[in-house]
Design a protein around this ligand. Structure first.
Ligand SMILES: [Zn+2]
Length: 174
């Protein structure tokens, strides 16, 4: 390891960092389903203390992870009644504000939704438009992809949704 390694004590701060986030929620009646901030007509919703938006939650964890700022469970306790039914887009905004305190802003995010239903493609553009302002980026900087689990396991049985997100954050100009 060279002396100018960015994380060395007293070394220069890195200009870019990467974080990963994962989330899953179980389906339960009734609908609608909220995913990426978009209400999707459905006979089920995602069970959870908040609105269950697994896309927003995975991105939130990716952003916090990139900044080394803990995780969504620390920022929003599921024991706090104030977080019941909470709009997860607002949680995302709060996480963006949290990393801004440390001098970071979101550069880009990439999300994969793993579910047998709904089909993501027809909702992708709306999700990008809804997520982008909360992240402080243009919709082009938000990628949302969907895939099935090929019928395997709990996702394959249609019991719920899994979501993986990667975020890059960059140092704000000081
Ligand atoms: Zn969640």
């Amino acid at each position: 390891m060279s002396d100018d390694y960015a994380f060395a004590p007293g070394g220069p701060r890195p200009a870019i960092r990467v974080g990963i986030g994962y989330d899953s929620h179980r389906f339960a009646p009734p609908g609608p389903l909220i995913l990426g901030g978009v209400p999707i007509p459905s006979d089920v919703h995602l069970e959870g203390h908040s609105d269950g938006d697994a896309v927003a939650h995975a991105i939130t964890d990716a952003i916090l992870g990139a900044a080394g700022a803990g995780d969504i469970g620390e920022l929003f306790s599921d024991r706090d009644p104030a977080n019941a039914g909470k709009d997860s887009i607002e949680m995302l905004r709060t996480a963006v504000g949290r990393i801004a305190r440390d001098g970071w802003r979101v550069h880009q995010v990439d999300v994969t939704i793993v579910a047998e239903r709904p089909r993501v493609a027809s909702h992708r553009e709306l999700m990008r438009e809804r997520l982008a302002p909360a992240l402080g980026v243009q919709p082009e900087a938000v990628s949302v992809k969907g895939k099935t689990n090929a019928g395997l396991g709990w996702v394959g049985r249609g019991e719920g949704i899994a979501c993986v997100a990667v975020a890059t954050i960059v140092a704000m100009q000081s």
